[in-house]
Design a protein around this ligand. Sequence first.
Ligand code: NAD
Length: 442
Amino acid sequence: MNFKTDIDFRKQSLNRLLDSILLHEQEIIQALYDDFKKSEFEAVVTETGYVISDLKHTIKNIKKWTKPKRVFPSLLNFPSSDFIYSEPYGNVLVIAPWNYPFQLAMCPLIAAVAAGNSVVLKPSELTPKVSGVIAEIIRESFDPTHVEVFLGGSEVSKRLLERRWDYIFFTGSVAVGKIVAKAAAEHLTPVTLELGGKNPCIVDATANLPITAKRIVWGKFINAGQTCIAPDYILVQNKVKNKLVSLLTSEITAAYGEDPELSPDFPRIINAKNWSRLADMIDQTKVLTGGKSNPENLYLSPTLINEPDLQSAVMQEEIFGPILPIISYENEKELETIIAKYEKPLSLYIFSDDKSFARRIIRDFSFGGGCINDAVIHFANKNLPFGGVGHSGIGAYHGRSSFDLFSHQKAIVRKANWLDLPFRYAPYKDKLKAIRFFMRWM
Ligand code: NAD
């Protein structure tokens, strides 16, 4: 079978993958708990359930997506029929991170296979249990010449990056993204880079504060803040700051109890290195709530930080943990000054009932994507392309966009022979006037 051309073969492969994931679902959930204490609820919503839904959607649509797409022809070529063919790139390398270790490895892989590519997947070394189950699922579902998993750390990625690929899909940090882009440039290999950044979360005085607080607490502290699109810092209008802080504090307690260390729903920091990096970011003199930690089980409490210095580590790096700085602003000029200090973020959130304010923010700032009056949830819509811009990434995927991303769009004009207009052929002589007239109307 040729996975490049045989659509039924691709579909069968994806169906085998679906069966295997369904068979191993409890193991994946357990592995996510073992690796960093992700709750079953979050494991299903953001990992297994998400991947199963994506896989079913892909299997259902694969025939439609693979069909050559007819587009309106150009009058200059009259008479013709014009098409876009989706052609697999060939051999694809997918490098995945640890924070949603199942979803961010499987979703690109599913799309790459649907588009007819062969895939090498390098899952994260920081979630060894999940990566082990992934390797087993892939072995069960695919021939190794079609899809293969390489386990290991950066040394394995580095060796893989020395090879020539037809496409590289990388999810991870900006620093490693640059390494991947350099390696890809060597062979002019196209890349998608799904990176991170500091995502602003703006709350103005018109926002519905109780619902704003509830949604921010959910979006920030899901996965213990280890989410690329989590709100990184809050910019709140002066006059509603105190009210927002008090609502955020009570929402944290409502979600995770008086002692979140005991909550079955609050994950741990992925490793000691990240735990220390985060613990060092907390200036105890500025803690509004939280600020507790336990190195033995890599626990860090949901923490609100009051007005940090913009030069401090918490406002210089992507936080990627359960720490939420709160900075107040008076007017839009101040807001602009702060946001403009940072590279283009992966997401931005606006909590406001003022529609024209929200429109101005969307118009004036460049960012990957976001929400008005919510956080994180734009990720869930298969009809919205997901990706960054500038330092937060290159390219976008999800739903049909994922299939298109792993396909070269080959443009074909099928010219008819029943008419052959003479304009374009030399000698041109006095044809220029006629062609100018014609082009003016196109
Ligand atoms: P990372 O960049 O450290 O690692 C990602 C992958 O790259 C891993 O598989 C790792 O083994 C590999 N790697 C590490 N060093 C390497 C090197 N020198 N050369 C080649 N490969 C190397 O990222 P991470 O810590 O796993 O994930 C956290 C980062 O990922 C955050 O910045 C976060 O914002 C970002 N992220 C982005 C998205 C997105 O969709 N945009 C999703 C999740 C995470």
